[in-house]
Design a protein around this ligand. Structure first.
Ligand code: DQA
Length: 142
């Protein structure tokens, strides 16, 4: 089983970026934990972060070629803006879970709408880094 974890813009700054909202773990910490969890279950986990919308679209397309079975995606602010990312996920028809570290519904109203949620298998919000782990656990048994 191959699981792809996609991280959108500004998530490369995790650890120092608004830690009260996003926590103290770095993206590397989060990815490392996911890689270990996947490995312990005999699965492969690949992570990709980009601050560029088109690169995320390209990586979703590439997932069709690299036998990705499941995608975990935190699209960051592109969640609320990107029809292109939505269309890419719809095009490849790989099941995905949408993850947000913060509870977007407790925040500004512009964070309440997601272009991805209605296509997602599920959505995890507000559980911090644990949300990725929970989503990975789900993917591993899907
Ligand atoms: C986020 C929430 C988004 O609204 C924000 O733009 C982010 C991070 C989260 O993980 O809580 O960059 O996706």
């Amino acid at each position: 089983q191959h699981i792809l974890v996609l991280h959108g813009p500004n998530l490369n700054l995790l650890g120092t970026r608004e830690p009260a909202v996003y926590g103290h773990q770095t993206l590397q910490d989060i990815n490392q934990r996911l890689f270990e969890l996947a490995a312990s279950r005999g699965a492969r986990c690949t992570a990709f972060q980009s601050n560029h919308e088109g690169e995320l679209v390209d990586r979703v397309h590439a997932a069709r070629q690299d036998s990705t079975d499941f995608i975990l995606i935190n699209a960051g602010a592109y969640t609320h803006t990107s029809i292109a990312l939505r269309d890419a996920l719809a095009a490849v028809t790989i099941p995905f879970v949408e993850v947000h570290l913060s509870n977007v519904h407790r925040r500004e109203s512009f964070r309440h709408h997601s272009y991805l949620s209605d296509l997602a298998v599920g959505v995890v919000v507000g559980l911090g880094a644990y949300g990725y782990e929970a989503a990975l656990q789900y993917a591993l048994q899907a």
